[in-house]
Write a protein that binds this ligand. Structure first.
Ligand code: C2E
Ligand code: CA
Ligand code: CA
Ligand code: CA
Length: 279
């Protein structure tokens, strides 16, 4: 038993070490990624279901490493959050998204709201508001075309800080979106306590959407709630015509998802906007 205990310990500890060193290696690579211009943004349109108009674009981070290939945000963001890398990366994302939206505008497209994701640690930085102010000033981007997307878990870390920061952002004209709505713990009280402009219904609800009364009831309630609170409601992860038609029936105004378009690299996003959004 003793022997087994020791082996078990060794096994455990060597796994830990290799895992730690892998994280360390990734961290180094991610550090270089910013300098080497391996990071980029993709853009996914948000679409009004009645008019077919594109109402905004969400910026989504991409990391292409020459050896690792494409590293998904699901891996990359937690890694960046564990280290302080999320701070420079987050600032780069905001800056790049604002510049892209301005470039679209300058090329004769209608002004395009741009949504940018903020992860918990990134949002909880004491200088969050001044960082956003600085980027808006540097780029000359209109604050009311910026939408900051956060989730409930971001708020949960420190409600007082979040309330203060969100109020300040709202006062500047920045819009706030509650991302992944319906998957957290305290959605309803947060809707009451925090100044959101937009609700994004999490894609898990859309993907399980069918004619079943139970599925319809939950989504319908979320949409109605958002509409009554006079929030913009966006259904995320819409992939099929069936989902789209059900959402239309439930008076959902906006959708985002593969059905209309996958997230696109800047060049392709520009082409899409040129087809839809010429002034
Ligand atoms: P999210 O903010 O909920 O973004 C939506 C995710 O769903 C994106 O994944 C998008 O590509 C994907 N998606 C969009 N439409 C569909 C669809 O119809 N079907 C399916 N199955 N998926 C769809 P992505 O780009 O891999 O990003 C994953 C998460 O990583 C994001 O979830 C967000 O939380 C985080 N993230 C991405 N970019 C950034 C960033 O710049 N900063 C921060 N802090 N987080 C980011
Ligand atoms: Ca988002
Ligand atoms: Ca989401
Ligand atoms: Ca999500």
């Amino acid at each position: 038993a003793k022997e087994r205990g020791r082996n078990h310990y060794q096994f455990y500890s060597s796994t830990m070490t290799s895992k730690a060193s892998l994280v360390l290696k990734l961290e180094n690579l991610l550090h270089q990624a910013l300098d080497n211009e391996e990071l980029s943004l993709h853009y996914q349109p948000q679409v009004n279901l009645k008019t077919g108009e594109i109402t905004g674009m969400e910026a989504l981070l991409r990391w292409y490493h020459p050896e690792l290939g494409q590293v998904s945000p699901a891996k990359l963001i937690p890694l960046a959050e564990q280290t302080d890398l999320i701070i420079p990366i987050g600032q780069w994302v905001l800056h790049t998204a604002c510049e892209q939206s301005l470039a679209w505008q300058k090329s004769g497209l209608k002004p395009m709201p741009i949504a940018v994701n903020f992860s918990p640690r990134q949002f909880q930085q004491p200088n969050l508001v001044s960082m956003v102010t600085e980027v808006l000033q540097e780029t000359g981007f209109p604050p009311d075309l910026l939408e900051v997307e956060i989730t409930e878990s971001t708020i949960m870390q420190n409600e007082d800080f979040a309330r203060q920061a969100l109020q300040e952002l709202r006062q500047m004209g920045v819009h706030i979106s509650l991302d992944d709505f319906g998957t957290g713990y305290s959605s309803l009280s947060y809707l009451q306590k925090f100044p959101f402009n937009t609700l994004k219904i999490d894609q898990c609800f859309i993907q399980s959407l069918s004619d079943r009364p139970q599925d319809l009831a939950i989504i319908s309630a979320m949409i109605t709630l958002g509409n009554h609170l006079q929030l913009r409601v966006i259904a995320e992860g819409v992939e099929t015509l069936q989902q789209l038609e059900l959402l239309q029936r439930l008076h959902c105004e906006e959708v985002q998802g593969f059905w209309f378009s996958r997230p696109l690299k800047a060049e392709d996003a520009t082409k899409l906007l040129e087809q839809h959004c010429l002034l």
